[in-house]
Design a protein around this ligand. Structure first.
Ligand code: ZN
Length: 308
């Protein structure tokens, strides 16, 4: 508990200056969750829509790339999309080559995934005198045993990586899966219902995680929002960003968010991929009840899974 008290005291000094801020992140570039249906044109459309919304809200973000997805839509069009993110002032990070589950692969296989994940990132960032600095674990699986977690962490640090945290998610991949089905069926009513349900759930999750951090640290720390490059976010990113703005959030870089003292709280090994607020609560011995987290709408999870 001494460590908790010390951290709270350290953080309290920062709380006035940093009331509400959030770093935006987008995973699975060039296009999340569309399997073999991904085309260069669709990936470009989705990324352009998200980038345009970010520009309208004067927000910069960090986007995490799966190199295999770049290969799938074509190296030239794939890298053109990545260049647009960099040209517009955003950063790119490594999300591994093929998005494997770290729980199911060896350390050697993971190392190979990270190195192959740099194939486009390294030359594109080098054009700007930069290099890949952040890695986000697929499924946020960061090592299910202490040995594996520590070995992976040492490898990443040696290669110059910082692990990207995330503190708010809104299960956008599940809403986006249903949205993809609705669009394929030309079911406009359901697509509109999904957009509305997604925004409601996102608002509830922002408020929930804001309160969770209050409980863990005694004040709100900078958030890191996890979303994906998908069609749903392409359609509603303006409204998602509005939700943050209405609550008084400033958009900050991942560097700024992760500079907070809270990010130096230890992380416990886990075979799940919880948001960092839960990990920090566990490390600090603070009891939180995950059952209080807003429920994901059952109908969204069911939609399109049973043949009609
Ligand atoms: Zn991912």
């Amino acid at each position: 508990m001494f460590r908790a008290a010390l951290l709270i005291a350290l953080c309290a000094g920062l709380s006035l200056a940093q009331s509400h801020s959030v770093a935006l992140t987008f995973d699975d570039l060039p296009l999340a969750g569309e399997g073999d249906g991904a085309t260069a044109a669709e990936a470009a459309r989705v990324n352009h829509a998200i980038l345009a919304a970010l520009a309208r809200h004067h927000a910069t973000a960090t986007a995490f790339v799966n190199e295999k997805g770049i290969e799938k839509i074509g190296i030239a069009p794939g890298r053109a999309i990545l260049r647009e993110w960099l040209d517009q002032g955003h950063d790119l990070g490594n999300h591994t080559y093929s998005h494997p589950d770290l729980n199911a692969i060896t350390l050697d296989q993971f190392r190979d995934e990270v190195v192959r994940g740099e194939a486009s990132l390294t030359p594109l960032l080098a054009e700007r005198g930069r290099r890949p600095r952040y890695l986000r674990f697929p499924f946020n699986h960061s090592g299910e045993t202490k040995e594996k977690r520590d070995a992976v962490a040492a490898f990443l640090a040696g290669r110059g990586y910082t692990v990207a945290t995330c503190t708010i998610d809104n299960m956008d991949w599940e809403f986006a899966r249903a949205y993809y089905v609705a669009l394929a069926r030309a079911d406009r009513d359901t697509a509109a219902k999904l957009e509305a349900a997604y925004l409601r759930y996102t608002a509830d999750e922002i408020d929930y995680y804001s309160a969770l951090h209050q409980r863990v640290f005694g004040h709100e720390i900078p958030h890191v929002m996890l979303q994906h490059a998908n069609r749903l976010n392409a359609a509603v990113m303006d409204q998602v960003l509005d939700l943050f703005e209405k609550r008084g959030y400033r958009f900050v870089s991942l560097d700024a968010a992760q500079a907070d003292a809270a990010c130096r709280t230890p992380d416990a090994p886990s075979s799940f991929g919880p948001m960092w607020g839960y990990r920090w609560a566990k490390a600090l011995g603070i009891k939180v009840d995950g059952r209080l987290e807003p429920a994901f709408p059952t109908w969204v999870g069911d939609y399109g899974k049973n043949p009609k």
